[in-house]
Design a protein around this ligand. Structure first.
Ligand code: ZN
Ligand code: ZN
Length: 203
């Protein structure tokens, strides 16, 4: 006999923090040029970045620019060292393919802004950087380098649905036992397990 596990409230809690609309990576399609968002390990980001720099008048430094994947980055999506002309990208960006091109351009904007400013000291995400973002096609870029890496671990990959009330329940793990909708079991079966309300995996 399958056990009714009263998980509804736990479900609700998980659902509350797992709403992908709030934590999902923003979709950048339409903002950045197509073609750079394919997350393949052999992505030639360095070439892309050099071409962008060159096309925006920074030919002098374009060939010095290097782009690396650096697994020492934790929550930051990317990092830039203007002196070394080095852009470091977090390999976890592969979990957010749409963010790869955007992060590259975000970091590139730091380099372009500093190049244009010469020896003048500029603030990291100030006017010069914002102008560079516009020139690089990411006019709406925010200052934050962080990706929702941490939040992503809360996003429940399993969605169960009650066949009766159609309510969805999000779960981080696959259910190992038969679980029925508590609300429907209470309403129609005195709170006892009822296979008619057994949750079904829909995703
Ligand atoms: Zn930045
Ligand atoms: Zn139900």
């Amino acid at each position: 006999m399958p056990l009714l596990r009263q998980l509804e409230f736990a479900f609700r809690t998980v659902a509350g923090i797992a709403d992908p609309g709030r934590f999902g990576a923003p979709q950048d399609a339409g903002v950045t040029a197509p073609g750079y968002n394919n997350a393949k390990p052999n992505l030639n980001l360095e070439e892309t970045a050099r071409e962008l720099l060159g096309s925006l008048g920074a030919t002098r430094i374009a060939n010095d620019l290097r782009v690396e994947w650096n697994s020492r980055l934790k929550t930051a999506a990317g990092r830039v060292d203007y002196h070394q002309k080095l852009i470091s990208l977090n390999p976890r960006l592969f979990e957010h393919p749409a963010e790869i091109d955007r992060t590259l351009r975000h970091e590139l904007a730091h380099i372009l802004a500093q190049f244009r400013a010469g020896r003048r000291r500029i603030s990291p995400h100030g006017t010069e950087w914002r102008q560079a973002c516009r020139d690089l096609g990411i006019a709406d870029e925010k200052r934050c380098h962080n990706l929702p890496f941490r939040a992503r671990t809360y996003v429940a990959p399993f969605v169960y649905r009650c066949p009766n009330c159609r309510q969805d329940f999000l779960r981080v793990r696959r259910l190992r036992r038969a679980v029925a909708c508590l609300g429907c079991c209470r309403k129609h079966n005195g709170g006892e397990f009822d296979p008619r309300f057994r949750l079904r995996l829909i995703r």
